[in-house]
Design a protein around this ligand. Structure first.
Ligand code: KG4
Ligand code: ZN
Length: 331
């Protein structure tokens, strides 16, 4: 079975061809960073326009690299939401057009389910497991009891972890997107140079809050303009990583589930990977991270989630040719 996955929820135009559940035949990602970096963040209007210009080329490349044609494809999976509405519509409408013209089944995928199942491209994880999704728009703790059987345990009450990385990088004048830059810069910094606040909220809460940390970094930079950027980066990162690690382990303990999957763009972070692997080993919890290419936005994870949805949800394709894009889709 061949699934064509399409993703255009934010600033990556992506298409992938997946054979069966995990044999990836192609994974094409057109990254718009160059367009948005000038503005220090994603400009929705420019993102939508760029998707329109690129989407057909990206799909064509995905088919070519896989050595297949549209007539060989058995299923189309496309991101339905959440994301930027103008961006989502491009991928969704392209997917609908292909489904109509080739009379193919179509499934709409929650982008977050794509992140949650990205690990299945590498290896299947036994249910139930806890998943920490950390991306530019989301910081969610989810309990997964089976395919399409998810329960939200906690989420950020303000900024997402990735958004916080991007904002702090902007304050330090490091460029966009900030996550990978701070990750690299922090390696040469002292993570105990500044003690930034860690927000744990009420005892036992699985929610997050990063806006106080962001303000604290902003005030610190204003008061100490000469402090090494590497030290500020490493100290900021330590505050984020510590809270993410402790809350993820708390979720495993509270739910009595010894399996943890970490996914989304921030899961590409080297310090977070190190911290989660080390703490989970101490607590007898098994932890998985998709490889960095599958953590940040891609269409392989959408194809993978599409395959499982098609197999496990009986009415997954019903009405999908008339579905709408949903900017605020949640679990
Ligand atoms: O999952 P993703 O590609 O897009 C969304 O669905 O939001 O996540 C993008 C976010 C950005 O905020 C980016 O700065 C962050 O992931 N990110 C990282 C790293 N790579 C990407 N954050 C920390 N360390 C990284 N290595
Ligand atoms: Zn994402």
């Amino acid at each position: 079975m061949l699934t064509l996955g399409i993703e255009s929820s934010c600033d990556e135009t992506a298409a992938a061809v997946l054979e069966g559940e995990s044999t990836l035949l192609s994974n094409i990602i057109w990254d718009q960073t160059r367009i948005h970096s000038h503005y220090g963040g994603v400009v929705p209007e420019l993102a939508g326009r760029s998707h329109v210009e690129r989407i057909h080329l990206v799909i064509q490349q995905a088919l070519e690299q896989a050595g297949v044609r549209l007539s060989d494809i058995d299923l189309i999976a496309t991101t339905q939401g959440p994301g930027l509405i103008g961006s989502l519509l491009v991928g969704l409408n392209t997917a609908k057009a292909i489904a109509y013209s080739h009379d193919l089944p179509l499934v709409g995928i929650n982008h977050l389910e794509g992140h949650l199942l990205a690990i299945f491209l590498q290896e299947p994880v036994e249910f139930p497991f806890i998943c920490l999704i950390v991306s530019g728009g989301h910081t969610d703790l989810i309990r997964a009891d089976g395919f399409s059987r998810y329960r939200l345990l906690g989420r950020t009450r303000d900024d997402a972890a990735g958004e916080c990385y991007d904002k702090v990088a902007k304050m330090l004048g490091l460029g966009y997107p900030g996550g990978p830059i701070i990750d690299k810069m922090a390696r040469s910094g002292n993570k105990t140079a500044v003690r930034f606040p860690r927000s744990y909220l009420e005892k036992g809460s699985l929610d997050f809050s990063f806006s106080g940390l962001k303000t604290s970094v902003k005030n610190y930079i204003a008061r100490h303009p000469d402090q090494e950027k590497a030290d500020v980066s490493a100290s900021f990162q330590e505050a984020v990583v510590e809270v993410l690690t402790q809350k993820a382990l708390l979720a495993c303990r509270m739910e009595n589930v010894p399996r943890l999957v970490v996914s989304g763009g921030v899961a590409a972070n080297s310090r977070l990977r190190e911290s989660i692997f080390s703490e989970s080993a101490t607590n007898k919890i098994q932890a998985w991270f998709p490889k960095p290419l599958f953590c940040t936005d891609n269409a392989a994870m959408i194809a993978c989630a599409g395959y499982y949805r098609y197999k496990h949800v009986p009415d997954a394709v019903n009405g999908s040719r008339n579905m709408d894009a949903k900017a605020n889709l949640n679990f």
